[in-house]
Design a binder for this molecule. Sequence first.
Ligand SMILES: [Fe+2]
Ligand SMILES: [Fe+2]
Length: 198
Amino acid sequence: MTSLTRTESDRREEMMNEGHLGKASVAEIQGVVRFEEEVFDNLTNRLLRELRGAAQRRTLNVSQLEHALQTATRAMNAGADDRYVVAALLHDIGDSLAPTNHGDIAAAILRPFVDDRTWWVVKHHPVFQAQYYYPLLGQVWAPPAAILEHEFAADTQEFCERYDEPAFSETFTAKSLEYFEPVLRRVLAHPINVPPGM
Ligand SMILES: [Fe+2]
Ligand SMILES: [Fe+2]
């Protein structure tokens, strides 16, 4: 016990000399932790704001918000659980910041709140969506085998085929963003997959 304490003390002194986080006071570290907790608590509000903003952006013939709502409504109508419905609602949330790899952003945001399968589906859905428009552009859809043969590939295909790809309809009646707000708040209030060390 004594040697453990001495080791910790030595390490702290080393860190202070190196000029990293060890230079910060305990109060400063606690302040950062508190700030991160507030950011986490406000995540739902910021995501709702982003979704409302998506009403002003088009994706094919509908707004990005309408596309998100149709995707989530279709998943809900098919009996998906709350976490999957939220994933469907947010699957394109990274579109305005990283259009070509927006799945990475949505998946990273969702990671604490969904299982590994749903995370993988969201992350890779752009690859599977491409099968529907590559032929129109004269391109061959040929994703790497590592993706096509992945254990969650069929789930991603299902997500695209049943929920994402059909969600550009001008006649489908989707639930409103207000309708999904309670489920979004419920799911984001209960992380299930927080990485070790967080
Ligand atoms: Fe997408
Ligand atoms: Fe989409």
